[in-house]
Structures are given as structure tokens and as C-alpha cells.
Design a protein around this ligand. Structure first.
Ligand code: HEM
Length: 223
């Protein structure tokens, strides 16, 4: 049964939609949490510490955080595998293959594919930068995310990488949210306008909220 669903195109699209919505929920919470940087180092670092102690004393230190990490990794893998397989299927099914030139995928499809690849690379960079400190520009200190974030946005390449990624996030969510709603059956002639507006508003709010942090550091509001 699960095999039949997974083998179908609509099954893969459903996996993409559900895993995408899980990641979207994470992004909304992450963006809102990041804005706490405007309340100063004490509050921001305290918030990062709290993330590791959620559910105590029932949960051990970092258990909830690890549970969230496991869910996110599963969502990323499910999203990427189904995207890859759908894209292979799409290429194979293209009748234009037999004509002289390769038919080009639509603008939205190409943006989603490239956007997805950029975001996957960004997530690796971002974890190495602000979670493990491996590629961090300053003297990385775990437990001091405020200073770590300020260091990241004090370099030209840090700002460039994050700003490009935030724009990619916005574009990806704008189209992805809309597609997910259609796949999950929320679309209809009367609701499509509202869904488009919601997708645009969500993409704009997330991009602006995330961008506020590098802009805050660049303008000296956060230092
Ligand atoms: C300006 C934008 C962003 C800033 C300032 C930022 C900041 C941070 C910081 C400080 C951490 C480490 C938190 C800690 O260890 O307590 C972190 C972790 C993380 N961020 Fe971001 N982030 C941004 C955008 C994003 C985006 C767009 C994504 C996803 C596409 C993302 C995904 C993650 C993930 C997956 C983690 C790892 C969580 C973990 O396993 O510890 N972040 N971020």
C-alpha cells in the first residue's frame, strides 16, 4: 500500500508538500526566534540556552532539540528524494525529447530546482558556520550565538551568502506553498486568489524577517 502510494506521482507530490510544510513551520519559528537578537545579547543567548532545555526535567538536556533535528533531517531527505524522482520522471515523460532540441522546463520549475539546490548548499554552510563553527569567520563560541551572528554579518561574504539564500527562501516558499496547497487539495476557483496572496505574504514576511538580522548588524543596530 505505502509502496503503491510512493510510486505514484501524486504520492511523491504529497510527500513533497507535507515535508515542505514541516520545514516551513520550522522556518517561521526560526525567523521569529532570530528577531530576539534585537533585544540584546543576554536575551538572545538565553533563548539559545532555553532551546536546549525544553521539556526538562522529563527530557534530558538537548533531547527535544535532537528530536527536532531528526524530524528536520527526515523532512529534508524526503523532500529532496521526491523532488529528484519527480524531476527524472518529468524529463523521461517529455515527448519533445524525440524532436531536435530539449524542451525547457517552465520558469517556475527551473527556479524551484535551482532554488532547492542553493538552499541545500546554504543549509550545510549555515550549520558549519553557526552550529559547529567549522567555517565561522570569528572566534566561534558555542553558547554565544549573539556574538557568532555579529561576526558572520561583519564579513562581506557572510552577508552575500545569507542575503542570496534569504531571497532563494522567499522564492522557493512563494511557489512551494502554492504547489503544496494544490497537491493537498486546498485549491479551488474561489480560494486560489486567497492562496496566492497567502503564499506571497508568507514569502515576503519570512524573507524580510530573516534579512532584518544581517541588515541590523550592517547598520550597527546590532553590534
Ligand atoms: C539571517 C538568517 C539566519 C540567521 C541569523 C540564523 C541564525 C542561526 C543560529 C544563530 C543558529 C544556531 C542556533 C544555536 O545553536 O542555538 C541557527 C541554526 C540553524 N538554522 Fe539558522 N539562521 C538564519 C537563517 C536560516 C535559514 C534560512 C534556514 C533554513 C533554510 C536555517 C536553518 C537552520 C538550521 C537547520 C539550524 C541548525 C539547528 C541545529 O541543529 O542546531 N537558518 N541559525
Amino acid at each position: 500500500m505505502a509502496r503503491t502510494v510512493w510510486d505514484s506521482t501524486v504520492g511523491k507530490k504529497t510527500v513533497m508538500a507535507v515535508s515542505g510544510l514541516i520545514m516551513l513551520l520550522y522556518l517561521v519559528v526560526h525567523m521569529l526566534g532570530n528577531l530576539k537578537i534585537f533585544f540584546g545579547a543576554g536575551e538572545f543567548n538565553h533563548y539559545a540556552h532555553w532551546l536546549r532545555t525544553i521539556g526538562e526535567p522529563f527530557m534530558h538536556y538537548e533531547w527535544t532539540l535532537w528530536a527536532v533535528r531528526v524530524v528536520l533531517v527526515l523532512a529534508v531527505v524526503a523532500h529532496a528524494v521526491s523532488a529528484y524522482q519527480l524531476s527524472r520522471r518529468d524529463i523521461k515523460a517529455r515527448p519533445a525529447k524525440y524532436v531536435h532540441k530539449k524542451a525547457r522546463a517552465s520558469y517556475a520549475t527551473r527556479t524551484m530546482r535551482w532554488g532547492g539546490i542553493i538552499l541545500a548548499l546554504f543549509i550545510v554552510w549555515h550549520i558549519l558556520d553557526l552550529t559547529t563553527g567549522t567555517v565561522h569567520s570569528g572566534g566561534f563560541e558555542s553558547g554565544k550565538p549573539y556574538q557568532n551572528v555579529v561576526d558572520t554579518f561583519s564579513t562581506w561574504y557572510g552577508n552575500t551568502i545569507y542575503i542570496v539564500a534569504m531571497l532563494a527562501v522567499g522564492l522557493h516558499i512563494r511557489h512551494g506553498f502554492w504547489s503544496a496547497a494544490q497537491t493537498l487539495g486546498a485549491g479551488s476557483r474561489t480560494r486560489d486568489r486567497a492562496l496566492k496572496t497567502t503564499a506571497n505574504a508568507l514569502a515576503l514576511l519570512l524573507t524580510a524577517g530573516f534579512l532584518a538580522v544581517p541588515v541590523g548588524v550592517m547598520t550597527g543596530v546590532v553590534s
